[in-house]
Every structure is written in C-alpha cells, then in structure tokens.
Design a protein around this ligand. Structure first.
Ligand code: G3H
Length: 541
C-alpha cells in the first residue's frame, strides 16, 4: 500500500478496536458538581464526537462517545454562589483551615484519582485523539504534579512557620488565599493543564469553579465524585456547557477573584473585560505561541532533526510549546529539509491505542480544512510540500506537511497553526530569525541548534530578553514542572511552576506586633495553646 492508500485506510472497523479500549455505549454524563452535590441535569445535552472515525459498510462514520450537559447561566451562577459561600470572604472552613489539614484533603483526592487512571486515559484517547502513551504520561504527570505541589507547600509552610523580629517588630508572614478562582484548561492537555492551576489554587485555600475544555469534558466524569468527597462542600464546583453562555455571567458578577485560563488571548481579553473591577482580578494566563527553532550551520543534524520532529509533531503539533516555525542556515537547508522529510515518512500514523503511534486524528472539527488552507496559501506564495504525502487528509486525519521555502508573505509564517505543519525558512544571516523573534507577537520559548559556544553565547544574551525559555539543542517544552513556565507579549500572564503556582494563587499577609511584653505574652499563649492556624509555629514534616 502506498502512503495515500494507507491514510485512506487509517480508520478502523469496530471489530479492529482492542476490547479494552472500546467504548461500546455512549456515556450519558448528566451530572455536574455544585455545592458539594452531584446534580442531575435534564436539559439539553451536547454530543461528543470522537476524532476517531469508524469504518462501516456505508463509509466512515463519526463515533458518538457521549453527551454532557449544556448548562445555562442559572447553573453557572449557582456554582458561583456555592464557591462564594465556601470562601465566605475568607472566613469559610476551607480558607481558614490549617495547611496540613488542606494537604490531607488533596491527598485524599489524589488517592481516588489514581484509581481512575484507566478510565480517564481511555477517555483522553477517545475525546482528544491523544496516543495511549501520551495519555498515560499526561495522567501520571498530573499525579506527580499533585505530589510535588504538596511537597512544595510543606516547604513554603516550614519557612513561614517561624517569627521574624526586625527593628523591634515581631512578624509572622504567610501566604493567604485570594478568593474564588475560575479554572479553564485547554483541549490539548485537558486534565494536566486544568489541574496544574486547580490543585495549587485549592491547596492555598481558594474555592474553585472548573469549566473543562470543550474537547475533554467526559474525562472529568470519573473524577466528579472524588472532588465531591475529598473537599468541603462548595470548595470545588464543576460546570460544563457553551463557554460563551456560562462564563460571561461569572466574570461580569465581579465575584471572580482569579482567572486561570489557558487558551487564546482574544478570549482572555474578552473575559477580563467582563469584570467590573479589573484591578481586583488576578489573571494567570497561558496563551498563544509561535516558538521558533534556529538551526545553525554547525548543528548536529541528527540531534536537531530528532528534536525538531518531537518539537513540531508531538501530539500532532497541538502543544502551546510546539516548535511552530524552523529557521535553518541556507548552506545546510537542503540537507536538513531532505532528512527531516525522510524521518517524517518513518512516523507511525494510526489510532491512539496503537503501539508506537505518533500521528493521530485531530479533535477540532474543521481543523484539517484550516490546515489545508494554510498549506494552499503557502504553495501559492512559493513553498513546496517537501515530504511525500504531506497534507493528505482523510476526515479528521491530516498527514504532516513539511513546507519549504517559507517566507513572510505566507500565513503560516506568523499564524499559530497548532497542528502538524512544519514551516521551514532558510536564512543567510542570523539577524533574520532574531528579527522574526523581536517582531513576533509571541514570546514563549525558542530552540537554538548549534555547537560553537561563542556563536551560541552571542545569541543567548539578546534572545533571553525576547522569550522566557531558551532551549539549547533541544525542543521547546514546559517540563520539568518545577521550572518556571511563562511567556512575554501575547503568550502568557503570570508564571506557573510547582512553586510559582502556589504564589500566584495566594497573597502575602502577616501579623505584626511591637516587641513589647504584652504582645509577647499574647503571641506566646496563642502559639503554645495552638489557638490559631495562622499564628503558629507547627512544622509540617
Ligand atoms: O500546551 C502547552 C503545554 O503546557 C506544553 O507542555 O511542553 O510538556 O508538552 P509540554
């Protein structure tokens, strides 16, 4: 079979799907979580169609894998009331609880979450088309993130568990919660990128409303009960439906204190503007990126190609950190592009559960058409599809397209494709990619491939002021999760890492007293008799 025929035959018949991954009946997800109750929804539902098509006698058919509630403004505002009541202006049980007790609740959640691994991983594959291996990685990374968050909070608490005496003032400085947090993650990491804001927000004492991304709602079904049982009522609320129906009422209420959102700057700007008192709203945003790779003439090409494949095509290029444009020095461009095209041809295409699969179907309806438009536009302006079969489409499946030579006239030069297209630009002078980065609306990360320390040092100093992570001879990525993850310009607001996230969802607050006898006596009695959770010297082990 040639490549075209293989792509034509990429989708399975039902009997070809391994039994353990088969979803036989659609999941009717009628429940949502508000005020500690799993409420039943009997109103309109949204169909969830998998990116995986099924081969039938009458052709390829979309697979309905479930339905979720299309909640209205009313349920959304009930979730808000519940989160506001749980926080109770910082007087609720959760925000005033001791850190060690809050940790116990999060541990209880993580314990039950781990039992749901198989169910959640299977839904990740069916809902967003992520490979089994990457779906398992997403789940395990999230569980590790929770453990690391607990350790980081213990460390933070240990540092704050002592008094400082400065210029005759005794002080105890801690971090306190901010209020009600609205968490909205993206479809490409529907579990990980939601929980990496949700868990730190919770553990710092905030109450939370979660709206899962449109692709990636069903996988929250198995976790709803764990959220209900692990936390006091109203502390976690999970709502779903059309974002444009259920989110603006929350923002315009003025009662959301933190917006944690991963998506586009357009939506982020719209949501921020809904808030009547923007100075009261803290935002933690992960937005667009167009991370470039710069391949210098002395680069180790084996390494550069291997990293560029991972960087551009892992999860079909649907990562905010993906390499979305490649600049290569003209003298090695033909060799680089030729070898990259050859290696793309070796990637396994198929269904998410297949062993070693790399390229899988795309979840967003209309995405292959959009990608085809970008390719067509690039061709019209003089680029070739270099790899055999590049841009071949079969329903939701789009075979990676390597485009060269790409120029600034083409949309793919500046638009974030968020899919399996690799635009390659040849350059003579390294000022060209530097100019690109300086002019770009985005400023997340970049990768430099080369071997001369002098040349690299000369690039590092100006480029670290353009982006927030510069990767040497390696693809762009978020991990390890203890590293800061952020961006400049339209790419991000706020910094996320295990420890930074604890800071971003809290504020420093302190108790201070002149070091006079009466104050010393009061503080000593409060601490000795453990009368306060804040004013305390308990050391969490
Ligand atoms: O989509 C953006 C993700 O945060 C990227 O994470 O670099 O680990 O794939 P990753």
């Amino acid at each position: 079979m040639n490549l075209g025929e293989r792509i034509e035959a990429i989708f399975p018949a039902e009997r070809e799907i391994p039994k353990r991954h088969l979803l036989t009946n659609p999941i009717e997800q009628h429940e949502f979580l508000v005020n500690g109750e799993l409420r039943q929804w009997s109103g309109p539902m949204e169909d969830v169609l998998s990116p995986v098509r099924i081969k039938t006698a009458s052709g390829l058919e979309p697979r309905l894998i479930g339905r979720f509630p299309l909640l209205t403004e009313q349920e959304s505002l009930e979730a808000l009331e519940s989160a506001v009541a749980a926080y109770a202006h910082g007087r609720g049980r959760w925000p005033t609880m001791s850190v060690s007790e809050r940790i116990k609740h999060v541990e209880a959640f993580a314990f039950v979450m781990k039992e749901k691994r198989q169910e959640v991983v299977n839904l990740l594959m069916w809902e967003v088309g992520k490979s089994l291996q990457d779906s398992e990685k997403e789940f395990d990374r999230t569980v590790d993130y929770i453990t690391e968050t607990i350790d980081a909070l213990k460390e933070l608490d240990r540092i704050s568990s002592r008094f400082v005496i400065e210029k005759g003032i005794i002080g105890q400085i801690r971090r306190a919660p901010l209020g009600v947090v609205l968490c909205m993650g993206p479809f490409n990491y529907p579990l990980n990128e939601t929980l990496t804001t949700l868990i730190p927000a919770l553990i710092m004492g905030n109450s939370v409303i979660v709206k899962p991304p449109k692709h990636g709602v069903l996988l929250y079904g198995p976790l709803l009960q764990a959220f209900r049982d692990a936390f006091p009522k109203g502390v976690v609320n999970v709502i779903c439906g059309e974002g444009r129906t259920i989110i603006p009422p929350l923002m315009s209420s003025g009662r959301i204190d933190v917006l944690a959102f991963i998506g586009t700057s357009k939506v982020a700007d719209f949501l921020k503007k809904q808030h009547p008192k923007p100075h009261r709203l803290r935002c933690v945003l992960g937005l667009e990126a167009k991370n470039p790779a710069i391949i210098l003439r002395d680069a180790d090409l084996d390494l550069a190609i291997e990293e560029c494949i991972l960087g551009t095509l892992s999860f079909n290029g649907q990562r905010c950190t993906a390499l979305k444009i490649v600049f290569v020095e003209r003298c090695i461009a033909d060799e680089f592009v030729g070898r990259l095209a050859g290696d793309i041809g070796k990637l396994k295409c198929g269904m998410p559960w297949e062993q070693d699969v790399f390229v899988t179907p795309l979840p967003e309806p209309g995405k292959p058409d959009y990608l085809a438009e970008l390719v067509e536009d690039a061709r019209r302006h003089g680029a070739d599809i270099v790899n055999e079969g590049g841009a071949t489409t079969c329903e939701s499946f789009f075979y990676p397209a390597l485009l060269h030579p790409v120029s600034e006239k083409m949309r793919v030069y500046s638009e974030e494709q968020f899919g399996p297209i690799i635009p390659v630009v040849s350059f003579d002078d390294v000022e060209e990619p530097i100019h690109y980065v300086v002019q770009s609306n985005y400023g997340q990360q970049l990768s430099i491939f080369g071997s001369d320390p002098d040349v690299i040092a000369h690039l590092v100093d100006p480029l670290v002021n353009q982006v927030c992570r510069l990767n040497l001879n390696s693809q762009c990525q978020r991990g390890p999760d203890t590293f800061p993850f952020t961006g400049r310009k339209d790419s991000a607001e706020g910094t996320l890492s295990v420890s930074d996230a604890l800071r971003v969802f809290s504020i420093r607050t302190l108790v201070a007293a002149k070091a006079i006898d009466i104050n010393k006596a009061i503080i000593t009695k409060i601490v000795r008799e453990r009368k306060s959770n804040f004013l305390a010297t308990d050391f969490i082990l």
